[in-house]
Design a protein around this ligand. Structure first.
Ligand code: GRF
Length: 209
């Protein structure tokens, strides 16, 4: 049975599409049993539906409106994911800061995140814009993309794959965004494959021990 990858999104889902395409092409040996978005009506949900993948929308707003806590949201989100029995959880442009309540539900299941910057640079939102501004000020010469393990600290977990991305003097923000997204689409698939291989090796070692 192919390993199960649950994907969390918030937006256009081009990185989700990269995973879907890699699975369809046979280069990523996995299946996606569920895509969860914290925003309704985003294009990523359409991409999932088109690929025949079940989707769920779980937004924070109804919780806060009803006076429920963020912790409750995180607990419900974790429950949705756990019910899908994932071997790997991929945060693909998922714009929500996860609490320990969430992370505690995954003591053994790996979680990875994609971030459009190099480790330790431009953590958090608007990373590409901030890198572009820093380049204009002469503070950096290049930027990058990383796939890293998810910990409580935003974009702070152990980097699994890191790739430098060139910034050209003639770039406008859109050109840099396009270059970064092309790198992301490759790196996320490689990151997912790497972690699934590591997990398979662990299982193999524990059964042969
Ligand atoms: C990506 O750049 C990701 O790194 C960022 O949000 C963007 C999501 O893009 N944090 P998409 O929804 O996968 O197209």
């Amino acid at each position: 049975m192919a390993p199960r990858v649950v994907v969390l999104i918030s937006g256009t889902g081009s990185n989700l599409q990269a995973l879907i395409d890699a699975i369809a092409a046979g280069s990523l040996k996995a299946e996606i049993p569920l895509v969860i978005s914290n925003r309704s009506k985003v294009f990523g949900l359409e991409r999932a539906e088109k690929a025949g993948i079940p989707t769920k929308v779980l937004a924070l707003k109804p919780y806060t409106t009803a006076g429920k806590s963020r912790i409750q949201y995180d607990a419900d989100l974790a429950q949705l994911i756990v019910a899908a029995k994932p071997d790997l959880v991929v945060l693909a442009g998922f714009m929500h800061i996860l609490s320990p309540t969430f992370l505690d539900q995954f003591p053994t299941t790996p979680l990875i995140n994609l971030h459009p910057a190099l480790p330790g640079q431009f953590d958090g939102a608007r990373a590409i814009e901030r890198a572009f501004e820093a380049y204009q000020k002469g503070e950096i010469k290049h930027t990058g993309v990383m796939v890293h393990r998810v910990i409580q600290e935003v974009d702070g977990g152990e980097p699994l794959l890191v790739e430098q991305v060139e910034i050209k003097p003639e770039d406008d923000l859109a050109a840099l965004q396009d270059r970064i997204h092309s790198v992301e689409h490759v790196l996320l698939v490689r990151g997912a494959a790497l972690v699934l291989e590591q997990e398979a090796a662990k299982k193999c070692n524990s059964t042969s021990a």
